[in-house]
Design a binder for this molecule. Structure first.
Ligand SMILES: O=C(O)c1ccccc1NCC(=O)[C@H](O)[C@H](O)COP(=O)(O)O
Length: 227
């Protein structure tokens, strides 16, 4: 299981996440968010991220000219579209800056079924997404709400690797380990205040996810390996 910690604003928190072995850190480029960072802040934060750890740039309905300014200023690895972007818009925007991309879908129990979620994922897969992030729908916010959605709505046979987000914390993340997902994403569950992470909560989260890192591995032994 891979772990993305999202919504960093503080250099010391990014350094702690790196020490704990998080696979990715997310930076929020959405000014209305309490976790938003400026390009200047983001440049400093991303420069502190070691090799083999990804920086995810999270955007919400960002225009192409802003995206170009972002990619020209901040080093990042992958872009996360967390707004109302269509599959075609995601692919067009990401290819204009030569980046891989993730799309966040906000899951609403009143509208979605596992089949409808799967069908939506298929459209983003066909457009060129690298993964899909499933987060809880909220009528007044695009993300970072601390709310969970009904995990029964996660499709079993997704055409893209699924990153599960929404209301995760060190106490409930163990329950995700048997779900058909590739990674977990957390923001509020590792914070002491919006955008300010809590080292003890980050550590507890990593411990809960990674304690059985080989136990649930799905890769079989290569048949050409002699013992
Ligand atoms: O974090 C935000 O403030 C935010 C604002 C607008 C769009 C997305 C946002 N965060 C997205 C994330 O990737 C969060 O990690 C994800 O929504 C889960 O958040 P939480 O429920 O607090 O763990």
């Amino acid at each position: 299981m891979h772990v993305k910690f999202c919504g960093f604003t503080q250099l010391s928190d990014v350094q702690t996440a790196a020490q704990l072995g998080a696979d990715a850190v997310g930076l929020v480029f959405y000014p209305p968010s309490p976790r938003a960072v400026t390009l200047v802040q983001a440049k400093t934060l991303s420069a502190s991220v070691p090799a083999f750890m990804s920086v995810v740039a999270l955007v919400v309905n960002m225009h192409q000219d802003e995206l170009i300014e972002l990619v020209n200023t901040v080093s990042f690895d992958i872009i996360q579209f967390h707004g109302d972007e269509t599959p075609e818009q995601c692919q067009q925007l990401a290819s204009s800056i030569n980046k891989r991309w993730i799309k966040a879908l906000r899951i609403n129990a009143e509208q979605h079924t596992p089949d409808s979620v799967r069908a939506q994922i298929d459209k983003f897969a066909a457009a060129g997404a690298s993964s899909i992030l499933l987060d809880a729908y909220h009528p007044a916010a695009y993300g970072g709400t601390g709310q969970r959605f009904d995990w029964n709505l996660i499709p079993q046979d997704s055409s893209l690797p699924i990153i599960l987000a929404g209301g995760l914390d060190a106490e409930n993340v163990a329950a995700t380990l048997d779900l058909p997902i590739y990674a977990v994403d957390v923001s509020g569950g590792i914070e002491k205040d919006k955008g300010k992470k809590d080292a003890a909560k980050m550590r507890a989260f990593m411990k809960a996810v990674k304690r059985d890192r080989w136990q649930n591995a799905t890769l079989s032994e290569p048949s050409n390996l002699s013992s």
